[in-house]
Write a protein that binds this ligand. Structure first.
Ligand SMILES: Cc1ncc(COP(=O)(O)O)c(C=O)c1O
Length: 413
């Protein structure tokens, strides 16, 4: 993390987000659930409205001005995703509905033809269901062995276990998140990529929780596929992207079939279009992709180093404040090893009750298994509370969380 990053002014940025102009339950909104989805800045909302009002048409279809304008905006967003990820080529960026669809695309289109008995598909115990269930499913269907890198007591991956896992067969896929949505752990993806490639395996990264908060460089990570969602990074819902190395994407069959993804259709056979169109069947999320591009512009102008630094400071502050409460247990690594996510439980109180009491105070947090049931089992809990931060989060919101927890304690203690 760069110590020199210019400081982010969360209070000033907050004014870009219309959602904060209202009160919730008579209180100003303390939104501490950005890991589930982020709020939207006016700049992104305006870009989508402007696009609908002036440039909307279907893409790659018409020869008239509007369609050409829409196509230019849509393809411009693809280039913004390419730049965001430092991807070698724009055609390696495929627009999807979300990160989940991107990960399914890889699991189906790469996994089914390349996996079989004797192969190992390796995920982690930290994984979100989106990067766990598709691989578990494809492994079961192809006869491959499904395995998971275990977690140590600090909530970090136990890389020493890799040697043992390797004895189960030929590792063909390693699928890991870059940042855990449940614990905030930052995983050593570069190390895993090197380990995977030494064995001829591919490395698939779920960057849904990383791309909003830190620089993500597919070449520096050394990965083969990487998926992300726009809605977690100030963009609209309904669009995401998966990046893949061109030489792998070229060898893969399409994931969805229909309009736009073909080269030629006859009764006897259909041939596929070029990248990225081969993987973009049907009408794309056009305005959403434009909004995704505007969100990338917004975050890039703030600077990802500044965002990472800001969230790191908030995580440190939150862990410190929660540490003052002996009846609160926190999960995951120390602040310097995690992103702006803090999971915790209040002794003897169900997380849903905690979240409900906090809602009365205008404090929005997540309560549940965070789509990480295997991790919850490992932690020995059914669910946790989770507070997560973003560019618009200010310390007072964390203070209000702590004040709210005192009320929870009073009500249930
Ligand atoms: C780490 C991680 N992976 C994947 C996803 C799935 O994202 P989406 O629902 O946008 O596909 C999430 C969403 O919470 C996540 O946090």
């Amino acid at each position: 993390m760069a110590v020199t990053a210019p400081k982010l002014d969360a209070r000033r940025l907050r004014a870009d987000f219309p959602i904060f102009e209202q009160e919730i339950n008579g209180k100003s909104l303390a939104y501490l659930d950005s890991a589930v989805t982020s709020q939207k800045p006016r700049q992104m909302l305006d870009a989508m409205t402007r696009f609908y009002e002036t440039s909307y048409g279907n893409v790659h279809r018409g020869v008239y001005a509007l369609s050409e304008r829409a196509t230019a905006a849509f393809e411009g967003s693809r280039q913004k995703v390419q730049a965001l990820l430092n991807a070698p080529e724009a055609r390696e960026v495929i627009f999807t509905r979300n990160a989940t669809e991107g990960l399914n695309l890889v699991a189906y289109a790469w996994g089914f033809p390349n996996l079989g008995p004797g192969d190992v598909v390796l995920v982690t115990e930290l994984e979100h269901h989106s990067n766990y269930v598709p691989w578990q499913y494809v492994a079961r269907r192809t006869g491959a062995t499904f395995a998971a890198i275990p977690l140590d007591d600090n909530g970090e991956l136990e890389l020493a276990a890799l040697d043992g896992i390797e004895r189960d067969g030929q590792v063909k896929v390693v699928a890991t998140g870059l940042v855990s949505n449940a614990l905030g752990t930052v995983n050593p993806v570069e190390k895993l990529a090197a380990w995977a490639h030494e064995r001829g395996a591919i490395l698939v990264v779920d960057a849904a929780q990383a791309a909003p908060h830190r620089t993500v460089d597919v070449q520096a990570l050394g990965c083969d596929f990487l998926a992300l969602s726009a809605h977690k990074m100030c963009g609209p819902s309904g669009v995401g992207a998966v990046w893949g190395r061109a030489e792998l994407l070229e060898t893969m069959e399409p994931f969805n079939l229909g309009g736009h993804m073909i080269r030629r259709v006859t009764f006897e056979e259909t041939t596929w279009g070029e990248l990225p169109h081969k993987f973009e069947a049907g009408t794309s999320p056009i305005a959403e992709a434009v909004g995704f591009g505007a969100a990338i512009d917004y975050l890039t102008a703030i600077g990802f180093e500044a965002i990472e630094q800001h969230e790191h400071e908030l995580a440190e502050y939150a862990l410190g404040r929660l540490g003052e409460l002996p009846w609160v247990v926190t999960y995951g690594p120390s602040a310097d090893r995690r992103a702006g996510i803090v999971s915790f439980n209040v002794e003897g109180v169900h997380p849903h009750d905690v979240a409900q009491v906090l809602d009365f105070e205008g404090v929005a947090i997540r309560a549940g298994h965070h789509c990480c049931q295997p991790l919850m089992r490992k932690l020995g809990v059914a669910a946790t509370n989770r507070a997560s931060f973003y560019v618009y989060t200010v310390r007072e919101e964390i203070d209000r969380l702590v004040d709210g927890l005192h009320k929870v304690r009073k009500a249930f203690g």
